[in-house]
Design a protein around this ligand. Structure first.
Ligand SMILES: Nc1ncnc2c1ncn2[C@@H]1O[C@H](COP(=O)(O)OP(=O)(O)OP(=O)(O)O)[C@@H](O)[C@H]1O
Length: 225
């Protein structure tokens, strides 16, 4: 689905504090699989996610999506790809306070022009699927951490993305909620979704739901199984 070729990423390029967060990544992310990036803090996992998700551009190297080289596309095309084909679940969930669960979920779908009624129906369906239908009108700041994450998952799914990207999805969850998240992941994987996540949580990377683990260190891939 996605192929990376010789990806390098520098921060503060040309300055005294130039830092190469990724240093030669060749990787192919397969469709319909759950892949995890594992590695110590600072190994480049999040940086790699942002490049795969078209949130950032590599300094060097090529990214191909379904065979098409997207590395050089203008920003508006990348935004379009991001919106239509990827769903993101961030570590801090990034929900908008003051808005209800439903309103948070439909936000990424506004630019698509789909009718609000249709979006609300789909958002409700997603919430019910994650056993949170009864909290649909609650403001997100009233929800527990696990509930907030489920809202974030619904939001990531509202545009029916081919690839779901999650950065340290269990970092803010206790063991019980982390197990609950793994159950959700299992059902999403069962629907044939392609999922890419970063994690150093053994509960995630050692679970049977994760089909491929890629080990990173110092901006490189050191192992892959
Ligand atoms: N905007 C930035 N400016 C400068 N350096 C950065 C920037 N973003 C990341 N880095 C550096 O790049 C390296 C890789 O960071 P990255 O966030 O990808 O690591 P990570 O493996 O996801 O770590 P963690 O597990 O702690 O989230 C780190 O050393 C980090 O300090």
């Amino acid at each position: 689905m996605i192929e990376l070729h010789a990806i390098r990423k520098a921060f503060n390029q040309g300055h005294e504090n130039e830092y190469w967060a990724l240093d030669g990544i060749d990787l192919s992310i397969e469709a319909n699989k759950v892949t995890a990036l594992r590695g110590p803090s600072g190994s480049g996992k999040t940086t790699l996610l942002t490049i795969i998700g078209c949130l950032a551009r590599p300094t060097e190297g090529r990214v191909r999506l379904e065979g098409e080289d997207i590395s050089g596309l203008p920003e508006r095309f990348l935004t379009e790809i991001r919106r239509k084909r990827f769903g993101f679940i961030f570590q801090q969930f990034n929900l908008i306070k003051g808005l209800s669960a439903l309103d948070n979920i439909i936000l990424p779908a506004y630019p698509t022009g789909r009718p609000r009624r249709e979006l609300l129906e789909r958002a409700e369906e997603l919430l019910v699927g994650l056993k949170l239908g009864h909290r649909r009108h609650a403001k997100v700041e009233w929800l527990s951490g696990g509930e907030q994450q489920r809202v974030a998952i619904c939001r990531a799914l509202i545009n029916d993305p081919e690839l779901l990207i999650a950065d340290e999805p269990t970092a803010n969850l206790d063991t019980h909620l982390a197990n609950e998240f793994m159950g959700i992941l299992e059902s999403l994987a069962g629907q044939g979704r392609t999922i890419l996540l970063t994690s150093h949580d053994p509960l995630v990377v050692e679970s049977d739901v994760v089909q491929r683990v890629i080990d990173m260190r110092d901006g490189r891939i050191i192992d892959s199984r």
